[in-house]
Write a protein of this length. Structure first.
Length: 61
């Protein structure tokens, strides 16, 4: 979805326990995807979809 909205982003692969613990410390969530905007936890795909429907992501382009 971020690609289709032309929003620059970085994908990080969580492939070990250390990476998982680090991301959990930032978000307090254990489900994925986890989306951070301006280095702040935003939510997951459902939150991203809802904000895209409301056109609230335009400032991130």
């Amino acid at each position: 979805m971020l690609n289709s909205l032309s929003i620059p982003h970085e994908v990080s692969l969580i492939d070990n326990d250390e990476s998982f613990q680090k991301i959990m410390a930032q978000s307090s969530h254990n489900t994925f995807p986890q989306i951070f905007l301006d280095n702040k936890f935003f939510g997951g795909y459902d939150e991203l979809t809802e904000q895209a429907k409301l056109d609230n992501l335009i400032s991130f382009k």
